[in-house]
Design a protein around this ligand. Sequence first.
Ligand SMILES: NC(=O)C1=CN([C@@H]2O[C@H](COP(=O)(O)OP(=O)(O)OC[C@H]3O[C@@H](n4cnc5c(N)ncnc54)[C@H](OP(=O)(O)O)[C@@H]3O)[C@@H](O)[C@H]2O)[C@@H](O)CC1
Ligand SMILES: Nc1ncnc2c1ncn2[C@@H]1O[C@H](COP(=O)(O)OP(=O)(O)O)[C@@H](O)[C@H]1O
Ligand SMILES: [K+]
Length: 467
Amino acid sequence: MRTAYSVETVRAAERELMARLPEGALMQRAAAGLAAVCAGLLRRRRGRVYGARVVLLVGPGDNGGDALYAGARLARRGAAVTAVPMDPERMHAGGLAALRAAGGRAAGTLPQRADLVVDGLLGIGGRGGLRPAAAALVERIPPGVPVVAVDLPSGVDADTGEVAGPAVTAEVTVTFGAYKPGLLIDPGASRAGALHLVDIGLELPEPEVEALQHADVAGLLPEPTASSDKYRRGVVGIVAGSAQYPGAAVLAVAGALRGGAGAVRYVGPAADSVLARHPETLIGPGRVQAWVIGPGLGEGRAGEVADLLAQDTAVLVDADGLRGLDPAVLRARTAPTLLTPHAGEAAALLGVSRESVEAGRLAAVRRLAERYGAAVLLKGSTTLVASAGGRPVRVNPTGTPWLATAGSGDVLSGLAGSLLAGGLSGADAGAVGAYLHGLAARRTGGPLLAQQVAEALPAAWRDATHP
Ligand SMILES: NC(=O)C1=CN([C@@H]2O[C@H](COP(=O)(O)OP(=O)(O)OC[C@H]3O[C@@H](n4cnc5c(N)ncnc54)[C@H](OP(=O)(O)O)[C@@H]3O)[C@@H](O)[C@H]2O)[C@@H](O)CC1
Ligand SMILES: Nc1ncnc2c1ncn2[C@@H]1O[C@H](COP(=O)(O)OP(=O)(O)O)[C@@H](O)[C@H]1O
Ligand SMILES: [K+]
């Protein structure tokens, strides 16, 4: 599990550790880790550190201090290091002295020729959009030169991943003590590049955000045993499709058939289309361990949604099924409930604009889970899964923007419903479903069809369980 912590939590852990260590020890640990990553990058790019031109963008706080001390280490190895301050009156004094002592220099303008830029403008002390002096430096970073961000790319909000205005786009982010949520959640995540965590010895409580990895997924996936039969593996029921959208039913069933349930039951007007593509499907009402309702349902079917929510069975509600949901009904349920909106559907459920959901995805998914008393999977670039009750929000590390194609969400709802039927909790079914769905899409690559994502699910399952 990759875990991430809020600025407040990191600061508290930092204070606690600093009280037990000599002054400046943490910054030296951070700078040593940062310099090692920079040196590795320079060696890969140009064979050696000696003679490399390194530019440090230096902010007024300790983030700039880290950059200066790391710059001093690189200068001692023969790099030509130039520090460019955001504010020449406010630079970490000890760091600047160390850089000068090692042969580095400070300059008023950003050199246009460089082998590496180190972004030490702002770390966890950054607030709001970059002020003009910082924004001007970021905009002058020469194109094509790799950037290593110190702790996080300047301009990215550490707690949320929000980006207001200009921000650094890094090739690598070297972060200290703990990942920050903004490094895992878009738009911040796509600014951060490859992540490198430097352990500085912080002791941390429960995380704010967590990302599953292969081993976590393998531990959650239901695998059949010698005593399994199709009913014990779970039956998932799919209520999807309409005369207008029969394809949604076919795709939801395609996902469900590859999600580990022992059988898939379809209820709705697209039975002929479903059977033509998936002869394995059971047709018509019957007993299930979990229902999926919503994909391609069209208008006027709220009664079917209400009927399923009234049953004491796990339910996943997606797409058209999400319209007009009553929080009180959902909160009263005791069986698992999983809602899988995209940003537009989430906005309607919260009564806010789509833009505000997209700009603040972490807050939106938390609010939805609290308001509806259910697990919520918010789709889009970095899918998030929250459960009611304040557990860490799961951020999905797999996926590709190629998934933004019609019908891929239908495959996901069938898949996650199948996992629910296999006995996973709402949040686990959502997180594991999104993980496999994203892996399958990456395996498929290129301009992909939703049905290809479904077809790649067994291979994604094998990748996660037998890496
Ligand atoms: N945590 C740890 O364990 C360790 C942390 N370490 C390092 O310390 C870093 C945190 O340092 P920090 O607290 O000094 O804050 P930092 O990020 O340098 O920025 C604050 C300065 O920026 C300014 N400023 C703010 N917003 C701005 C904006 N939008 N646009 C422009 N300017 C803005 C703000 O100005 P002010 O508001 O005061 O005028 C203030 O001067 C952390 O990220 C890590 O790198 C490691 O060394 C050791 C272990
Ligand atoms: N920019 C993006 N990057 C990564 N994944 C995305 C992006 N946009 C959409 N997706 C994923 O694609 C799928 C689209 O689902 P959805 O919006 O319900 O589409 P549909 O209703 O056509 O099936 C979701 O899994 C979502 O997370
Ligand atoms: K930075």
